[in-house]
Design a protein around this ligand. Structure first.
Ligand SMILES: [Zn+2]
Length: 247
């Protein structure tokens, strides 16, 4: 196992001194490779915190161009980047934040073929859904199961959010919880308070770190977040024997 460099020890000292992490934990984090689907409201804090924490590699797939209405919640970007590909701006910002992390960002459709293409190129430890639609969340869930990849999925609307971590074959999956969700696209934009994806995307980064470190996580647990009343509830979920994850 390669030791941390002096520079890494200085850079990550505040998490290294956590009794839950230590130098050994930082070495684990420094080897994680993550495939991130989507670079918007959830994806912004997710990418920023994992990059800051010093993972090995973050690969982002997104197909959008930055619009002025994104800036209310997509904190990775700024006004000078309006009209540019999000992946281009994301890569620039994340490299500036931490040159210790390998950042790949690809402008591509988020569909089954494209995700599988990236999974064939490299071995990832996690696939994480930072998309804004149910169709992609179910796709990421299914691909995670088929490839036995650890997975985190979050969703948000207005002041509300939910998040779960999936260990395929072992824990309940997204489909176990939502067997019959309508995946037809929304007719128009959904209301979003910027802080909501901020908190849920940050929790997705936390789940990746804690899962890699073997710390308590949201496997078999759906965390429901209500930011209007400031309520955080965990619902225990059970793996369904009828589900795609049990076949
Ligand atoms: Zn399932």
């Amino acid at each position: 196992m390669p030791d941390l460099t002096q520079w890494q020890k200085e850079r990550y000292i505040r998490q290294i001194i956590s009794p839950e992490i230590g130098e050994e934990g930082q070495e684990i984090l420094s080897r994680i490779k993550v495939l991130q689907i989507g670079a918007g409201g959830l994806g912004s804090p997710f990418a920023l915190y994992l990059t800051a924490a010093g993972i090995n590699e973050l690969t982002i797939i997104d197909n959008d161009i930055l619009d002025i209405s994104n800036l209310q919640r997509q904190i990775l970007y700024n006004e000078t980047q309006i009209g540019e590909d999000k992946v281009k701006s994301a890569k620039e910002e994340l490299i500036k934040l931490n040159s210790d992390v390998n950042i790949n960002a690809y402008k591509d459709y988020v569909d089954e073929n494209s995700i599988k293409k990236y999974l064939e190129e490299k071995k990832y430890d996690f696939i994480v859904d930072c998309s804004d639609n149910f169709k992609t969340k179910f796709l990421v869930n299914r691909i995670a199961i088929e490839n036995n990849l650890r997975c985190v999925i979050a969703g948000i609307k207005d002041f509300y959010g939910q998040i779960i971590t999936i260990n395929p074959k072992i824990s309940a999956c997204y489909h176990c919880i939502f067997p019959q969700v309508d995946t037809t696209p929304n007719k128009g934009p959904l209301p979003v308070i910027g802080v909501t994806p901020g908190i849920l995307g940050t929790l997705e980064a936390l789940e990746v770190m804690k899962t890699a470190l073997g710390l308590p996580n949201l496997e078999n647990k759906l965390l429901m977040v209500n930011l209007l009343d400031l309520r955080f509830n965990i619902i225990e979920v059970v793996k369904s024997e009828e589900c795609i994850c049990s076949k």
